[in-house]
Design a protein around this ligand. Structure first.
Ligand SMILES: Nc1nc2c(ncn2[C@@H]2O[C@H](COP(=O)(O)OP(=O)(O)OP(=O)(O)O)[C@@H](O)[C@H]2O)c(=O)[nH]1
Ligand SMILES: [Mg+2]
Ligand SMILES: [Zn+2]
Length: 231
């Protein structure tokens, strides 16, 4: 990065201070989630990959099973929070203005404003951006990167930090594949080159294909976090 009037050393120091402060607040969030036995996922993707559509589908399918709440991050508008509220789940919209990612302080403030969801699921939809949300811990249990079949197989190689930081890659819009030249095997190979441990599921928020496997992944990971906390 280059900022006129600031030395490279000073820029690095400022970045370290910001990320250090964020990590402290992320640990505070993580402790709050643990105290309330809340399982939090941070959904990241490029704009339009289908984060909100996946959340709407997930909430409609799971809302009878456990309490769910959503924190929505966008630069402008409350469109996504309104789409979530239409499902009956509480949602808080955070507008980042010129900012291009959520940080731990925004998530802490939003969580405090949500109704209690003890023992439930908290979904954090990050700003559509495959770059800097990778660097900001929000206190989530896992980052889930949503990648859609129309984006081009090489995205994991072009934006490696995001795929390296994520535990799960949801390959969304799988219903469109018959109309595309999408190479699933190549996409998975590129993602695993960046992160050999990343898990991969193919889904469609539109048709519901593959969603049961996502819900099973959530249940398994939430149970293993709860088991770690009990130790
Ligand atoms: N065919 C198809 N379309 C989808 C699917 N999931 C989402 N879409 C469409 O993709 C567009 C973007 O979906 P959103 O849910 O708004 O995506 P997003 O990631 O939340 O977008 P931002 O919040 O703006 O970053 C919408 O027109 C959706 O209807 C899917 O599985 N299949
Ligand atoms: Mg959205
Ligand atoms: Zn940013």
């Amino acid at each position: 990065m280059h900022v006129p009037g600031l030395s490279q050393q000073r820029i690095v120091q400022i970045e370290r201070d910001i990320l250090g402060k964020n990590d402290e607040l992320a640990q505070v969030n993580r402790a709050r989630f643990a105290a309330a036995r809340v399982f939090a996922l941070n959904l990241v993707s490029s704009p339009g990959a289908g984060k909100t559509a996946l959340l709407v589908k997930t909430i409609s399918d799971l809302k009878g099973i456990r309490p769910i709440a959503v924190i929505e991050g966008d630069q402008q508008t409350s469109n996504d929070a309104e789409r979530i509220r239409a499902t009956g789940a509480p949602a808080i919209q955070v507008n980042t203005g010129k900012g291009c990612h959520l940080d731990a302080s925004m998530v802490g403030d939003a969580f405090a404003r949500l109704p209690a969801i003890d023992g439930g699921l908290l979904f954090i939809e990050n700003v559509g951006n495959l770059v800097c949300p990778a660097a900001f811990d929000l206190g989530e249990a896992h980052k889930v990167v949503v990648f859609s079949t129309t984006e081009g197989e090489d995205k994991p190689l072009k934006y490696p930090d995001m795929f390296a930081a994520s535990s799960l890659m949801l390959i969304n819009k799988i219903d469109l594949v018959p109309n595309l030249d999408f190479d699933l095997a190549r996409t998975v190979e590129y993602a695993r080159r960046v992160n050999p441990k990343i898990e991969v599921l193919t889904v469609s928020a539109k048709t519901g294909e593959g969603m049961k496997a996502f819900y099973a992944w959530i249940a398994k990971r939430a149970a293993s976090l709860a088991a770690d906390a009990a130790e």
